[in-house]
Design a protein around this ligand. Structure first.
Ligand code: AMP
Ligand code: ZN
Length: 126
């Protein structure tokens, strides 16, 4: 089911009008929401790489993790990711991924934590 995230303020409420994930936060682009808090939204990845593949993003735009000076809010993002993994039933483990910059393979330049699970992960990643 597609839902709108709604735009709740948080972390200074930065918004980049050209940013895809800011548009999802604002409800301008539909997404399959799985969780929402004061500072984050979580939705299913449109191109899942595992049976469970969810993106957890801050509502306030930051290009990537290097742009954060707020450890508490960053901690809440990861706590949300962990709680979502539990809700998804990933009791045997899961993987959190934060691709950063070009060499990190980041394609959407709004910070996001991938929650991947439901299959056995390999190492090293590609
Ligand atoms: P990254 O490569 O780490 O920047 O990850 C970006 C992720 O966003 C990819 O896994 C895409 O499949 C996903 N993605 C792109 N557009 C959408 C969208 N409209 N809804 C949900 N996920 C998306
Ligand atoms: Zn954004």
């Amino acid at each position: 089911m597609e839902e709108k995230a709604g735009a709740k303020a948080g972390w200074g409420s930065h918004k980049d009008p050209s940013c895809l994930f800011c548009k999802i936060v604002a409800g301008e682009i539909p997404a399959q929401l799985v969780d929402e808090g004061d500072y984050h939204v979580a939705f299913r990845d449109i191109n899942p790489q595992a049976p469970t593949h969810i993106l957890v993003i801050p509502k306030s735009h930051r290009r990537d993790i290097t742009q954060y000076d707020e450890p508490q809010q960053l901690g809440e993002l990861f706590r949300a990711a962990s709680t979502i993994a539990a809700k998804e039933g990933l009791t045997n483990g899961f993987r959190l991924v934060v691709n950063t910059g070009d060499d990190g393979g980041q394609t959407v330049h709004h910070l996001h934590v991938h929650v991947l699970g439901g299959r056995i992960m390999t190492w090293p990643p590609g």
